[in-house]
Design a protein around this ligand. Structure first.
Ligand code: FRU
Length: 495
């Protein structure tokens, strides 16, 4: 008998398989990191690491799409092609509004800053567009930062630093990040390094991002450095961590040494924030929703890899005088709600279960629960014949366990199935879970977004309808104040 994976492989390579309906995917072929995220003249630009000739990683190009609402994307031709200096690795875009670079005639425009990578050397280069990102010219004196003898030296993220009217660049170098400054995007001067003795170091650091963010309900701002590590992340393999601290124009000083994960799922990497949106009042980032452990093997077709939902990121002060980033889907996402929701509230005694039909298309499941008298509950998704994806809450450990080990297609990689822990705030008697299910992913946001987890999941192709359920596993009473199942509108092919 064929297993699920063989059944899928037997289908034609070009048959649509597991296409998300809400999350961004390229029309075909391989994608990894988001690059060059920028808002310019009414459009959000999403560039991405792209291999146009294969569903596996290869010579990197920058694919391109634009959107007016961060959800409906128009696919555009490839923006940047490999050349004699190398492949086009990850990087960022800025709006050079005042034409500091002198690359524009009178008004400024978009400048892309990226890594040129050949087999041996990684260096930083730039390109610019005179037509709102439709076509690109590479700067004729690339690279703008030559390799100083560091093997892994890549992924520049650039931002404008208003107090000193200069550009700042942060890039990944081995297991640290380096900061550079420039007045014109062309000539760069090294400032400082950060990373030794801080955070997770099981793998190389990649794709950093530096953000100044207001602290919610205060006049204070803090600096956030997000940086990915390609091994040893919270759920295993590649993942993103962040540091909270201060930046004085030259150096980043972290408030802490411990690791803080940006997302507790296994599929959230290389998060990048949009540049030029609302100047510090709004932070939106999205990430590559996969993991280097198995990204090249996931059973999707005719493309590989999706982006996470775009997330609104905010910074909150905790009652311990610390800070935590919160992430929720961007407000534009609300427009995807169909209004056809099924709302219920109920109470479950020990060992009781409440089951519902799971919608066939994409949907949001919003659960608000009082867990004061419940030591452990379970929310199950994609349930069939006693098997399911399980979210198991453990009051004693203040943890939610995400378990995708028991069902679905996972034989493509032994690293795919697993159980991943998500921390839950200790003070919470009332717990809110916002679960966004989209064909082959489950994105979870806890409470105000103080923990998030993005995980891929490939439901078995032979099962047509699934159910959902909530069970009070241990304790006297689970009070479900509200359970809302809301089908969501598809944006795929609707753009
Ligand atoms: C991260 C990464 C980057 C690099 C790119 C190459 O996923 O390894 O460091 O620029 O992918 O595609």
């Amino acid at each position: 008998m064929k297993n699920d994976f063989e059944t899928l492989n037997a289908k034609s390579t070009y048959q649509e398989m597991y296409r998300p309906q809400l999350h961004f995917t390229p029309e075909e072929m391989w994608m990894n990191d988001p690059n060059g995220l920028v808002y310019f003249q009414g459009e959000y630009h999403l560039f991405y690491q792209y291999h146009p000739f294969s569903k596996r990683w290869g010579p990197m190009h920058w694919g391109h799409a634009v959107s007016k609402d961060l959800l409906h994307w128009e696919h555009l031709p490839i923006a940047l092609f490999p050349d004699e200096i190398g492949m086009i690795f990850s990087g960022s875009c800025v709006v050079d509004e005042n034409n500091t670079s002198g690359l524009f005639e009178d008004e400024g425009g978009l400048v892309a800053v990226f890594t040129h990578a050949d087999d041996n050397v990684q260096q930083q280069s730039i390109a610019y567009s005179l037509d709102a990102g439709r076509t690109w010219q590479k700067y004729d004196q690339n690279p703008v930062i030559e390799n100083p003898g560091i093997e892994d030296f890549r992924d520049p993220k650039v931002m404008w630093y208003e107090p000193e009217e200069k550009w700042l660049m942060v890039l990944a170098a081995g297991q640290e990040v380096l900061f550079y400054e420039s007045k014109n995007l062309l000539v760069w001067t090294y400032l400082s390094a950060f990373g030794k003795g801080h955070g997770a170091h099981e793998g190389v650091w990649e794709c950093p991002d530096l953000l100044e963010m207001p602290v919610k309900n205060s006049d204070e701002t803090k600096w956030i450095l997000q940086v990915d590590v390609d091994e040893g992340a919270s759920a295993g393999g590649s993942g993103g961590q962040y540091f909270i601290g201060n930046f004085d124009g030259k150096q980043f000083i972290s408030d802490h040494k411990d690791v803080r994960w940006a997302d507790y799922g296994k599929d959230f990497y290389a998060a990048q924030s949009f540049s030029n949106i609302d100047r510090n009042r709004r932070t939106v980032w999205l990430a590559w929703m996969s993991n280097w452990l198995y990204a090249n093997e996931v059973p999707t077709s005719p493309w590989r890899s999706a982006m996470s939902l775009p997330r609104e990121v905010s910074l909150q002060k905790t009652d311990k005088n610390d800070y935590v980033i919160c992430q929720i889907p961007v407000k534009e996402y609300e427009a995807l709600k169909t209004g056809e929701k099924i709302s219920t509230s109920f109470a479950l005694m020990n060992s009781e279960t409440r089951k519902e039909e799971q919608p066939d298309g994409p949907f949001e499941w919003l659960l608000q629960m009082n867990v004061k008298q419940c030591e452990s509950f379970e929310a199950a998704l994609f349930e069939f014949n006693g098997k399911a994806v399980r979210l198991i809450y453990d009051q004693s450990e203040y943890k939610l366990r995400f378990d995708r080990s028991q069902c679905g297609v996972h034989s493509f990689s032994e690293d795919f199935p697993g159980v991943f822990d998500i921390p839950v705030k200790k003070t919470a008697d009332v717990l809110t879970l916002k679960i966004v299910v989209d064909t082959s992913s489950i994105e979870l946001f806890i409470n105000d977004g103080d923990a998030a987890a993005a995980n891929l999941f490939f439901p078995s192709p032979d099962i047509e309808h699934f159910s959902l359920s909530v069970t009070c596993k241990k304790g006297d009473l689970l009070q479900v104040d509200s359970s809302e199942i809301q089908p969501l509108k598809s944006v795929w092919r609707d753009s």
